[in-house]
Design a protein around this ligand. Structure first.
Ligand SMILES: [Zn+2]
Ligand SMILES: [Zn+2]
Length: 214
């Protein structure tokens, strides 16, 4: 499966396009802003996006979902149900950040964790990783060892836990139980900033020191 990212919007959140090269079937993860730019990027790849996924419901990861979904012909939007409350306040939250209003996407299918989502002949496993938000999920491509972590884990940092529904002990439990149990060579493809690996973060991420010693 191919993975490419495009940072979008005021928060430079990574939108990730994943596709199976043989069939051209694709999913788009975290359509966070700049719908016109996202759609032309996707069209230039010549892939067929079959679903929009979100790692969580924050505005920098979902704000373009409605417009991208409509432009690509009404494809479904999937996210964990525990972040539905964040969609309901999307317009208000954007206003607080001084951003233009946006209609939230319709949540067509709620994820719960542990589902497997097909992408052509490949597949993504959904891991529920609450802490940054209650409905945060990560998407794992087990065949290649790639993990889309959203705002759970970044190169050298972790997601903030001071937003509504966030909880620091829960975030560190998610990292310990769902991420650090994967092979060390697993690529971490985060919601902001550059890619890394589990081994690199075990060695260098100061936020993980406490849980690695425990
Ligand atoms: Zn977030
Ligand atoms: Zn974010």
């Amino acid at each position: 499966m191919r993975f490419e990212n495009l940072p979008v919007g005021a928060f430079q959140a990574n939108a990730w396009l994943l596709w199976d090269e043989e069939s051209g079937k694709a999913v788009l993860v975290d359509p966070g802003d700049e719908p016109v730019r996202l759609v032309s990027w996707i069209r230039a790849k010549g892939v067929q996006v079959e679903a929009l996924l979100a790692t969580h419901g924050h505005l920098d990861h979902v704000s373009a979902a409605r417009e991208v979904g409509e432009a690509l012909g009404g494809i479904p939007f999937l996210m964990h149900g525990a972040d539905r409350f964040l969609l309901e306040t999307l317009g208000e939250t954007r206003k607080q950040f001084g951003l233009s209003p946006k209609e939230p996407p319709q949540l067509d299918r709620e994820l719960a964790g542990e589902e497997t989502l097909p992408v052509g002949s490949g597949a993504l496993r959904v891991l529920h990783v609450p802490g940054h938000s209650p409905g945060s999920v990560a998407f794992l491509d087990e065949s290649e060892g790639s993990l889309l972590t959203g705002d759970l884990l970044f190169k050298g940092s972790v997601g903030r836990t001071d937003l509504p529904g966030g909880d620091a002990p829960t975030l560190f439990d998610s990292i310990r139980e769902k991420v650090l149990t994967l092979p060390g060579s697993t690529r971490i493809l985060p919601g902001h900033g550059p890619a890394t690996t589990i081994d690199e973060e075990k060695g260098h991420n100061p936020f993980l020191l406490g849980i690695l010693e425990a």
